[in-house]
Design a protein around this ligand. Structure first.
Ligand SMILES: CC(C)(COP(=O)(O)OP(=O)(O)OC[C@H]1O[C@@H](n2cnc3c(N)ncnc32)[C@H](O)[C@@H]1OP(=O)(O)O)[C@@H](O)C(=O)NCCC(=O)NCCS
Length: 186
């Protein structure tokens, strides 16, 4: 069964398909009998989407993905060299979510040996609300636990209400007794 829209393949948003049986897509839509408009099932989602370790080879695709996500701020710590260093220092802790090769989620995870840190946790809009964010974080936290880390911090833009709701839902709490302070090293 082919999935297509307006006589062209690949135009529909991921997860939705107009289909017909036993023929190839054609621009002459009049003769076409649409036999199904269906939503991708949970099983189909989980079959095509996978969470894999973040390799430096993923860098370009992941940064291109992060650049499109609200709530993710990139800076000088996100150059290829800086991310390479981070991944080397925190081997096997960061992950990428892929659907048929395309990056649809990512997270950087690491530790200073005392606390864990998650950075740039993001899931593509079309894939949100399906548990991928939670799974991605759980996998990262699992790696931290293996290293004996018992607490994991995140940094969230103060106006990111949706992000805060997500973190609270998965067990995080705001430490209102603490403030983040920072200095810039020249
Ligand atoms: C935050 C983000 C990663 C969540 O990813 P997601 O895949 O949609 O999250 P999940 O589907 O795994 O949701 C996990 C739980 O959080 C809840 N949740 C997720 N987003 C929520 C929101 N905006 N408001 C309320 N609850 C929310 C879900 O309902 C779910 O609860 P449940 O398990 O009880 O059903 C995603 O929205 C995103 O990429 N946002 C933009 C980037 C960002 O802001 N990242 C955080 C910066 S650190």
């Amino acid at each position: 069964m082919l999935a297509w829209r307006n006589g062209r393949r690949g135009r529909f948003k991921t997860g939705w398909a107009l289909t017909r049986e036993g023929s190839t897509p054609s621009v002459s839509t009049k003769r076409i009998r649409l036999v199904a408009i269906k939503q991708k099932s949970e099983r189909e989602w989980s079959m095509s989407v996978s969470i894999q370790p973040f390799d430096i080879e993923d860098y370009d695709a992941v940064v291109a993905f992060w650049e499109k996500q609200d709530g993710v701020g990139l800076n000088e710590s996100d150059t290829r060299d800086a991310i390479h260093l981070f991944l080397e220092r925190n081997r096997g802790m960061s992950f990428v979510v892929r659907d048929s090769g395309s990056v649809v989620g990512a997270a950087l995870c690491g530790t200073d040996g005392r606390r864990g840190y998650l950075h740039h946790v993001a899931i593509a809009k079309e894939y949100r609300g399906k548990g991928w964010g939670r799974r991605l974080v759980e996998i990262c936290l699992g790696e931290l636990k293996k290293c004996g880390i018992s607490r994991c911090n995140i940094f969230l833009f103060a106006d990111n209400e949706a992000g805060e709701a997500f973190w609270k839902k998965i067990g995080y709490r705001v430490r209102s007794d603490l403030k983040v302070m920072q200095c810039v090293l020249d």
